[in-house]
Design a protein around this ligand. Structure first.
Ligand code: GDP
Length: 461
């Protein structure tokens, strides 16, 4: 059901730029724009064929004053972002011009668009599914090229396609079981049971595959939260500087959205590392001695990966052991630093103890061995593949959680089959999985959750 009201918003960044765009969407888009836009040709926007750029001006009809020189384009439903009638006005990218034009659209009858409302309408009008809508937000907020690539694939409907396919397979199972209930005399029990179990396992395996890649997807999207720990003077700051030197992208500093700490993000061979407040990290290392493991763990609460540094040119001491204990609570890698000096003895001991795939010797000073650390990071993020492959990488925590629940339901269903439970019981589990997958795509999802999801978008999206 199409929305009845017409909405408008500035869809470009609100700041100075060469061009800014106001979008009007809804059944009255043309009527609204007609009250402020005059084509230089003297024709109406509606006289042009859809998707044609039309040169003209915006006027304030109140006093007939000229506001700005613009290009306007009409996109007829359903061939637009929202799948509704849309008019977009490209004006000069000034805050004043944008605000003025926006207020004129309101005066002409448009309502202010809510957060994410354009994308929400695209979803409600069936142009895109929920995974594609959510990918829009991912594209805007991508922290790495790889993440952008994944979001673009999702926006293109890759994940949606796979999920629809899995749901269809599960629906087939339900249909098959319901037939067996309705026509018991047909004696299809034997075939059905074996087949049903096999199909349930197949779909479950597909979901497992998706979940296996989800860890990679999440890191590429949100960054790998990393802490560098070690006792004083082992070379933590030097390592950090060496990492920063390798960083080929622009170092971005931004306030975390959920916490008020400054984080630093570096892209190491395409892997986004998020080091929370590096000065703080340095301080927190000293805490290891002062406050012990427990307090340090608290400081590492949001950290996924621990890079644990020791001075390879010195013997290991009790403080190092404390550091190892802390590191062992997380995925970790041990850096035997100062390999330009003599580190062989310490390196060997640590490899023996922790395994050679957990210990890297390098010199933060000369940079020798840094490549090994980068390779280690890449294999941590990408697994055996070592690089981004063409498969599907779920990047969204909501999707991941729903996939996990769906897999659990299928595991339950498989168990019910093995236990020879009545068909009804199996059907309940399979149906639950179908609904959970439908929540990802938005086919079966309560309105509150839809509203919740789109409220996280920004105005103008
Ligand atoms: P932090 O206290 O752990 O941050 O250690 P720093 O990074 O401040 O380094 C402590 C000392 O070790 C400094 O004098 C560094 O120059 C030195 N250092 C750091 N890394 C290396 C390395 O790879 N080789 C050598 N020879 N010295 C290093």
């Amino acid at each position: 059901m199409m929305a009845e009201d017409t909405i408008s918003a500035v869809i470009t960044a609100l700041g100075q730029g060469a061009v800014g765009i106001v979008r009007i969407s809804g059944p009255n888009a043309l009527a609204v724009s007609g009250k402020l836009f005059r084509a230089a040709s003297g024709k109406n926007l509606a006289d042009y064929s859809s998707h044609t750029m039309v040169y003209g001006h915006i006027y304030d009809l109140q006093d007939n004053s000229l506001v700005d020189e613009v290009l306007a384009v009409y996109m007829d439903a359903p061939h637009s972002y929202t799948a509704e009638d849309v008019v977009e006005i490209q004006c000069h990218g000034s805050m004043q011009a944008l605000r003025k034009i926006l207020s004129l659209t309101y005066a002409a009858g448009a309502k202010p668009a809510e957060r994410g409302e354009f994308t929400k309408r695209a979803f409600l009008n069936g142009r895109i599914d929920l995974t594609q809508a959510e990918a829009v937000m991912d594209i805007i907020s991508s922290r790495s090229e790889a993440s952008l690539k994944l979001a673009a694939r999702q926006q293109n409907g890759e994940l949606a396609g796979v999920l629809h396919n899995l749901r269809r397979q599960l629906l087939d199972i339900v249909v098959c079981l319901e037939a067996a209930i309705d026509y018991p005399e047909e004696d299809i029990e034997e075939i059905t049971f074996g087949e049903v179990k096999k199909k349930i396992l197949e779909v479950g395996a597909n979901i497992s595959d998706l979940l296996n890649n989800a860890h990679t997807g999440r890191i590429l999207r949100d960054g790998l939260r990393t802490a560098i720990i070690g006792r004083p003077n082992v070379g933590k700051s030097s390592l950090l500087n060496a990492l920063l030197k390798e960083e080929r992208a622009i170092v971005s500093e931004y306030a975390g959205t959920t916490r008020d700490v400054i984080e630093e993000q570096l892209l190491i061979d395409g892997v986004p590392l998020v080091l929370s407040d590096t000065a703080g990290i340095r301080k927190s290392d000293d805490y290891v001695e002062q406050l012990g493991v427990k307090k340090t763990l608290e400081l590492l609460k949001d950290t996924e990966l621990v890079i644990c540094v020791v001075d390879g040119n010195e013997d290991l001491i009790a403080e190092d052991e404390e550091i190892f204990k802390t590191a062992a609570t997380r995925p970790y890698v041990i850096i035997v630093n100062k390999s330009d000096l003599n580190v062989a003895a310490t390196f060997d001991i640590l490899k023996q103890r922790f395994g050679s795939n957990k210990v890297i010797a390098l010199s933060a000073k000369t940079g020798v061995g840094m490549d090994e650390l980068f390779d280690w990071l890449k294999s941590y993020v990408y697994g055996d593949k070592g690089t981004l492959s063409s498969g599907i990488y779920v990047q969204n925590a909501r999707h991941e959680e729903l996939l996990r629940q769906a897999l659990q339901s299928l595991t339950d269903a498989g168990q019910a089959v093995s236990d020879g439970m009545p068909y009804d019981c199996i059907i309940i589990d399979v149906r639950r999985a179908i609904n959970l997958l439908g929540e990802i795509t938005g086919d079966t999802i309560p309105d509150e959750i839809i509203n919740e999801i789109f409220s996280r978008f920004c105005i103008g999206k």
